[in-house]
Design a protein around this ligand. Structure first.
Ligand code: IPE
Ligand code: IPE
Ligand code: MG
Length: 267
């Protein structure tokens, strides 16, 4: 392929139907039910190739599509992807504009296929900051896929973990103020019921691509007991094979949740 052409910017055709899941976390206990990913490294991927950052974002979009499909095929129940953080507004206006554009075009081009493949889509984050047409598209995607029973795909946009926690606290405060809840009833369950992804089990596996070992204000509440996997691979290069490596890492973990190893292994 001529690397100087705009071929990177074109979306490659994909089959309209995913392969059926080959497993499910119900019959494969070593498979995480919920995977949460920070898709990082698009800009550096492009830079490494002497290309502008938008080329990296376009390649990242293609990788996202492939990983959604791979996750569904592998029988993962829930996948949460960090697409745009509440801090990403600090980027140059042109980059923010491009990301919004890519997001809008992605929604338009992918939602039908995702719905046909039984994927249920939702968005987490503060939506009010987005243009109204984008907000409408998000709602339309959620409504269109609401009754689907396959992969639960959550896309975090203008999302911040602290925003999420503050928002839950505020909702709790209103409930107390209006007499729906007493202060004594505030605990991790009542709090957790008011935070994003309340109906989804907490992530079992967290993946961050791009080499950085930080949470960057992602799911601060939800990651309390999540297994953390970091890889230097840039997001556009994160393939099904790389996902397989992360799943292998997960298989090797002993999740103790505060207990001793002997209690868990029964030794
Ligand atoms: C992740 O890649 C995409 C978004 C944050 C939207 P980056 O754009 O952060 O890529 P790097 O970290 O600069 O390489
Ligand atoms: C985190 O990546 C946000 C997303 C992937 C959407 P960043 O690239 O924004 O994170 P920092 O700024 O390096 O921590
Ligand atoms: Mg980054």
């Amino acid at each position: 392929m001529d690397d100087k052409s705009d071929a990177h910017l074109r979306v490659k055709p994909v089959p309209s139907s995913f392969d059926q899941p080959t497993a499910s976390s119900a019959d494969e206990p070593d498979l995480p039910r919920h995977v949460a990913i920070i898709m990082d490294g698009n800009g550096r991927w492009a830079k490494q190739r002497g290309r502008p950052r938008p080329v990296g974002h376009q390649a990242g979009f293609t990788a996202t599509r492939d990983i959604v499909e791979a996750s569904a095929r592998r029988g993962i129940e829930a996948l949460t992807l960090f697409a745009f953080s509440s801090e990403n507004w600090r980027r140059p206006e042109t980059e923010v504009g491009l990301l919004m554009d890519l997001f809008m075009r992605g929604l338009n081009s992918e939602v039908g296929k995702l719905s046909d493949n039984n994927v249920r889509i939702s968005f987490i984050g503060e939506r009010a900051a987005f243009k109204s047409n984008l907000q409408e598209e998000m709602l339309r995607a959620e409504q269109l896929t609401a009754d689907n029973t396959g992969l639960r795909l959550a896309v975090a946009v203008n999302y911040g973990g602290r925003w999420d926690i503050v928002n839950a606290a505020r909702t709790l405060a209103v409930d107390v103020q209006e007499g729906r809840l007493s202060v004594d009833q505030i605990d991790a369950d009542t709090f957790g019921a008011r935070i994003s992804l309340a109906n989804v089990p907490d992530p079992d596996l967290f993946i961050r691509t791009g080499g950085e070992k930080r949470i960057s204000n992602y799911l601060m509440w939800h990651l309390a007991y999540t297994e953390l996997y970091f890889t230097d691979v840039f997001w556009p290069d994160f393939s099904d094979e790389e996902l397989g490596r992360a799943l292998e890492f997960f298989k090797g973990r002993q999740r103790r949740f505060g207990r001793t190893g002997e209690q868990i292994s029964g030794a």
